[in-house]
Design a protein around this ligand. Structure first.
Ligand SMILES: NC(=O)c1ccc[n+]([C@@H]2O[C@H](COP(=O)([O-])OP(=O)(O)OC[C@H]3O[C@@H](n4cnc5c(N)ncnc54)[C@H](O)[C@@H]3O)[C@@H](O)[C@H]2O)c1
Length: 430
């Protein structure tokens, strides 16, 4: 099926490449001409495991191509996906201006039936708005349907998630729209939930908010365990063995970040308020999340007392392992806070240093963890990249000024670190 993707970012590029991999003809467009030029030149602008060869293979096979205008997208695809950003406004609501602009563009170029599918994460009722905008700006009698197809991929595992999704959700208002989406997704062999558009939109906000809630619950438990002298990992393990609860996303740490959870929880709370429901629980989820970061910084302060002039090694900058994405990264926020308080931060990340420098230009980054740890009074583990498990702790200790580790992700084994001669602290563990 001929499919267009508008917005060739983390979601759009992965979605486009995976549709192509499953045999569809795909055109990905973006307003960012530099990005499209790079992609046409064989360069994938983001780090996502497996994405570069996937894109290369499908471009070579003639199933994946790139463009710079939404006019091309409408001309090419029977289905047109919208994958543009929906960032937070200062009041927490989602900024839907990109989505509206794209809807107007699509409307202007409509000639014959198109299925317009929103994949961006949006508040409930957005589908109706998109329908209104397209109706208002399209030629009289234009034939189209609007659908919602929320995306659940995880950065760092995006290809696997997009090729083999747990579930695919369609929000549709016509049989034709459902038929088209079922045909498009048939090669994925996924469980499909076809529902109305409003419910589909809510499924996405509810899912992300619930996952964030699990993380905040684990962080609250960690705070209690620290006061009680218990081990939060034992507590969450015991909870997770109950199938009604499940073990996933019960990991305490320095809080959730990234381009989705913070904005989606805030946007869900804001739309709930607009609908006349005060979703206090979500405010608490956000508050606990802030507390997790502040609690971690307090531990660093307890170790170093005065931060000004202290040398601190920061391991990990991306918002999670497996990506170079630093949007709303708690790791980077911690680094910024330390710099603001006068600490000297020496950073290492396997992938995200360049992206981090765009946000914090004066950040001192190093090519190896050992260089970053040189002369450090304290080492902070901020993002749980697997490669940190293979660190040579003897070597690390030999280059640091003081062998203290504050582990914000409970990555290391406390006994191993103590045995190697480190003073070690983590989250919610005695
Ligand atoms: N990143 C994730 O893990 C993830 C997962 C699920 C859902 N989502 C949602 O998907 C949406 C996109 O997120 P993302 O992470 O891919 O964002 P992104 O910033 O990586 O990509 C968005 C792209 O859209 C382009 N764009 C902006 N305006 C445009 C326009 N008028 N015409 C064409 N292109 C335009 C931008 O240049 C950019 O390349 C958001 O709503 C997000 O919440 C993201």
């Amino acid at each position: 099926m001929k499919t267009s993707i508008i917005g060739t970012g983390h979601v759009g590029l992965v979605t486009g490449a995976c549709f192509a991999e499953r045999g569809h003809q795909v055109l990905c467009v973006d307003v960012d001409r530099a990005k499209i030029a790079a992609l046409r030149g064989g360069k994938v602008p983001i780090f996502e495991p497996g994405l570069e060869p996937l894109v290369a293979r499908n471009v070579k096979a003639g199933r994946l191509r790139f463009g710079t205008t939404n006019r091309e997208a409408v001309a090419f695809g029977d289905v047109v996906f919208i994958c543009v950003p929906t960032p937070p406004l200062p009041d927490g609501k989602a900024d839907l201006s990109y989505l509206e602009a794209v809807s107007r563009d699509i409307a202007r170029h409509l000639d014959g039936y198109r299925l317009v599918v929103d994949k961006s994460t949006v508040p409930v009722h957005t589908g109706e708005r998109v329908h209104e905008v397209i109706t208002r700006h399209s030629p009289a009698g234009a034939d189209f349907d609007v659908a919602s197809n929320p995306e659940f991929l995880r950065e760092g595992a995006a290809i696997e998630d997009a090729l083999n999704p747990d579930r695919v959700v369609f929000g549709v208002e016509s049989e034709r729209a459902e038929r088209v989406l079922r045909e498009l997704y048939a090669p994925f062999k996924a469980s499909v939930l076809a529902t109305d558009i409003k419910s589909a939109e809510l499924i996405k906000h509810a899912s992300n908010s619930f996952l964030a809630l699990k993380i905040s619950f684990a962080n609250a438990l960690a705070a209690i365990c620290e006061r009680a002298g218990a081990n939060v990992l034992e507590v969450t393990r015991g909870m997770g063995m109950d199938q009604r609860i499940g073990a996933a996303f019960l990991n305490p740490g320095i809080g959730y970040g990234g381009s989705c959870f913070p904005k989606d929880v805030a946007a869900f709370e804001a739309i709930s308020k607009d609908l006349g429901y005060d979703f206090r629980l979500l405010r608490e989820v956000q508050r606990i999340n802030e507390d997790a970061r502040e609690g971690f910084l307090k531990k660093v302060e307890q170790e170093l007392w005065i931060l000004k002039g202290k040398t601190i090694a920061a391991f990990g900058l991306s918002f999670k392992p497996g990506t170079d994405d630093v949007r709303e990264s708690v790791a980077l926020k911690v680094v910024q806070e330390l710099l603001a308080r006068g600490a000297i931060v020496r950073a290492y990340d396997p992938q995200a240093l360049d992206q981090a420098r765009k946000v914090v230009p004066k950040l001192k980054g190093f090519r190896t963890p050992y260089e970053a740890a040189k002369g450090a009074d304290c080492l902070l583990l901020l993002t749980e990249w697997k490669e940190f498990l293979d660190l040579d702790f003897r070597r690390l200790k030999s280059v640091m000024a003081h062998p203290t580790v504050v582990d914000g992700r409970n990555l290391f084994d406390p006994a191993k670190l103590r045995e190697a001669g480190f003073k070690y602290r983590s989250v919610g563990r005695p």
